[in-house]
Design a protein around this ligand. Structure first.
Ligand SMILES: [Zn+2]
Length: 277
């Protein structure tokens, strides 16, 4: 969580000024020296700082120590509570879409309308894609349209693959759910050269017919969230385009309640902790 006073710098840190507002996402930085970093694949760094909150302390606190390579510049227009989810679910969806082969005007489907999906639909629409939201139940359609979806598919009463095919096929399906069957059910709706981008992590393996991949040169690809510059670009684009996460905000002294709410899966859509009591 970015904190109000801004950064203080260790010896030898270049490119930052003390007092600048910065955020740290779950990528804890990278070394710049291993073979992966030397090839530009910073996300795959073998000897960097690792993951924030896993390899070093970084959450549930007012201050933290981080590698300079983990810092994203926080625009003045964003409060810390606005910025925090954009540096997690935001960068994950934004970065996957902007690195995809989809071009403006092409059909992009977002599977799921939860924490990731409600941002994915907004980013896809703002990037100029013909955005299709896929979720369970007719009652989610109004929200999908409000977020910018051009079309809505109710996966409970419609076959997502058939519907996507009827619309001409999707260049990208951004799969944000954690249900392998729901992901499998969209693969048949990919256009030629289309990609199923996997962001959610189902417990079950995916099952996509090989002939489907071969026949239309389709692919299934995993999407790593992003590194600090990806977070920074996400924040800047969100300011530019007005994309925001819908949050339930709790003060740190109600952390247990906030955690339970997050685990329940009922939060709409992100749970954010603030330092105010
Ligand atoms: Zn490295």
């Amino acid at each position: 969580m970015p904190s109000a006073p801004g950064v203080m710098l260790g010896a030898g840190v270049a490119g930052w000024t003390e007092g600048q507002r910065a955020g740290v996402g779950w990528n804890g930085g990278y070394c710049g020296q291993c073979d992966f970093c030397r090839r530009g694949d910073f996300f795959a760094c073998q000897s960097g700082w690792g993951v924030t909150g896993v390899n070093f302390d970084g959450g549930y606190a007012e201050y933290m120590v981080a590698s300079a390579s983990a810092l994203a510049l926080l625009p003045e227009e964003l409060s810390p509570a606005d910025a925090a989810p954009l540096m997690c679910a935001g960068v994950t969806t934004f970065n996957a879409l902007r690195r995809s082969a989809a071009r403006a005007g092409e059909l992009v489907a977002v599977l799921g309308l939860g924490g990731l999906g409600h941002l994915g639909v907004q980013y896809a629409a703002k990037m100029g894609f013909k955005t299709v939201a896929i979720a369970r139940g007719k009652d989610k359609e109004a929200l999908a349209r409000q977020l910018g979806a051009w079309h809505y598919i109710d996966s409970q009463s419609q076959d997502p693959a058939a519907e996507l095919a009827r619309l001409g096929g999707a260049k990208v399906v951004l799969a944000t759910v954690t249900d392998a069957k729901a992901m499998n059910a969209t693969a048949g709706g990919l256009a030629a050269n289309g990609k199923l981008l996997v962001l959610g992590v189902p417990a079950e393996p995916l099952a996509v017919p090989a002939f489907l991949l071969i026949g239309g040169r389709r692919a299934v690809e995993g999407c790593y969230s992003g590194i600090s510059i990806d977070s920074q670009d996400t924040l800047a684009f969100s300011v530019l385009s007005g994309v925001r996460s819908m949050n339930e905000v709790y003060p740190l002294d109600r952390v247990t309640e906030a955690y339970d709410r997050m685990i329940s899966g009922k939060a709409r859509f992100r749970v954010v902790l603030t330092m105010e009591s």
